[in-house]
Design a protein around this ligand. Structure first.
Ligand SMILES: Nc1ncnc2c1ncn2[C@@H]1O[C@H](COP(=O)(O)OP(=O)(O)OP(=O)(O)O)[C@@H](O)[C@H]1O
Ligand SMILES: [Mg+2]
Length: 435
């Protein structure tokens, strides 16, 4: 960015001349007009006319100054203006939000990343209109008072939780650069990914160690038995080896699920950009599950729309959602004998221009008691732990579904009446028609 010591404000000869000339012309015209009116109306007092002329001249010198944007304020000649243009171009390209405010915390300049972070951010308006963070606003005051830089944290809750470290520093220009000598620069560094990583690491260790302990203990037990009492028993060896295979597979599945959950969480704040037809993802998944479901006496029926229902999504992640929901419906709703999978495009509440892609998976099994509904998407939460384990479940399926749906800026709703089955509905914003 421009070295402040090399820039001078608009008060320089070439920067101020056109402004002054325009102000002078305006003032002279106005005073002439007023004098003419005064004489015509009979106020023949010459001192009055002289007074009007003087007042207008004075106002030309002082009142004609306009608030100008940083790029213009800092110009003082071809070199400085070229450098200021470069500074603006650099500012635009910085991927992190950067905002420059004056000592009243009025926005003087903001780059594109800042406009995206704080929608509606406008030059010339107080920063507090757009950023309601007492820490940041107090920080600006402190920097102006002390002249020293400081860092504070700023968190956003909607649409997704994001945390920034805001570096607030004084913009130190030479005394001659009047326009910006007491400005403050705010630089936002996104800590979301780093924080998520930290939290996930802690969670991963706690959950994985807890869940892995059971199959691991069983594996070790069987190894010891095979080395000891069952050493010469071929029948027992076969049986135990089969149990050990199942336990090892369970451990592998658990680790796979945990890793994919953490991968999804890592990207939670980066919305997907591929255009995907939701209907075309459902059909192959229904085909995959149908043979095994039929063996259990469950019929999977799909109702798909004739036209594509397009969303901005990650194909693999959306397949994962459909897979988990159909798998659960077949697994836990077996007794209902049927599973209905539908995809449709519906009008959003906000109006006909916004449409939603809706995927729903309904089973007719035992359903889920209301007290469990809010907790189903928590990691490792299972209504019946033993039943889920028997069916090879890790309790991570719906947590994965929820995280994927959140990343897609969508909603997951679970409705169930015990004895009537359960309905899982995913609503995603449809892709804009131009894409
Ligand atoms: N359609 C359903 N009917 C009844 N209960 C369900 C249904 N879907 C999920 N559940 C309950 O919610 C719990 C959590 O489901 P989730 O998919 O997260 O884990 P899981 O199926 O046990 O394991 P995984 O999906 O990792 O194999 C299940 O253990 C089950 O108790
Ligand atoms: Mg599941």
């Amino acid at each position: 960015m421009t070295d402040p010591s090399e820039i001078t404000p608009a008060a320089g000869p070439s920067g101020a001349a056109p402004l002054r000339a325009a102000a002078f012309r305006g003032a002279a015209l106005t005073s002439l007009l007023l004098s003419a009116i005064a004489l015509w109306r009979g106020y023949g007092d010459g001192w009055f006319v002289v007074g009007v002329v003087c007042a207008m001249m004075l106002s030309a010198g002082t009142g004609g100054v306009q608030r100008k944007r940083l790029g213009q304020v800092l110009q003082s000649g071809p070199k400085a203006s070229a450098r200021s243009a470069v500074a603006e171009a650099v500012l635009t390209q910085i991927p992190d939000p950067v905002i420059l405010v004056d000592r009243r915390a009025v926005v003087l300049e903001a780059n594109r990343a800042a406009q995206i972070l704080l929608p509606g951010l406008k030059v010339g308006h107080p920063l507090s209109f757009f950023l309601r963070s007492p820490d940041v606003l107090d920080g600006i005051e402190e920097v102006i008072e002390t002249g020293g830089a400081l860092r504070v944290e700023y968190s956003e809750r909607v649409p997704t939780e994001r945390t920034f470290e805001v570096h607030i520093g004084p913009l130190q220009a030479e005394a001659s650069t009047v326009a910006v000598q007491s400005g403050v620069v705010l630089f936002f560094r996104d800590l979301t990914s780093a924080r998520r990583l930290e939290a996930m690491r802690a969670d991963f260790v706690a959950n994985a160690s807890h869940e892995l302990r059971t199959p691991l203990a069983s594996l070790l037990g069987f190894v010891e038995t095979l080395q000891g009492p069952a050493r010469d028993d071929p029948g027992a060896r076969e049986r135990f080896l089969e149990i050990m295979r199942v336990q090892a597979q369970r451990m592998r599945r658990l680790i796979d699920d945990l890793l994919s959950l953490s991968r999804i969480e890592m990207r939670a704040h980066v919305p997907p950009t591929q255009v995907v037809d939701l209907g075309s993802l459902v059909a192959p998944m229904v085909e995959t599950f149908s043979p095994a479901a039929k063996e259990k006496g469950v019929m999977i029926r799909a109702a798909l729309p004739p036209r594509p229902v397009r969303v901005l999504g990650d194909r693999d992640e959306l397949l994962r959602v459909i897979e988990n929901l159909i798998e659960n419906a077949v697994k836990y709703g077996e007794s209902g004998g049927a599973v209905d999978v539908t995809v449709e495009s519906v009008e959003a509440d906000r109006g006909p221009q916004d449409r939603l892609a809706v995927l729903s998976v309904q089973d007719y099994g035992p359903g889920i008691a209301p007290e469990h509904l809010p907790r189903l998407t928590e990691r490792f939460y299972r209504v019946d732990v033993a039943q889920s384990r028997d069916k090879g479940g890790t309790g991570l399926g719906l947590a994965i579904v929820k995280h994927i749906v959140n990343r897609h800026r969508g909603r997951l709703d679970i409705a169930s009446e015990p004895g009537q089955g359960a309905r899982f509905t995913v609503r995603l914003p449809e892709a804009p028609s131009g894409l």
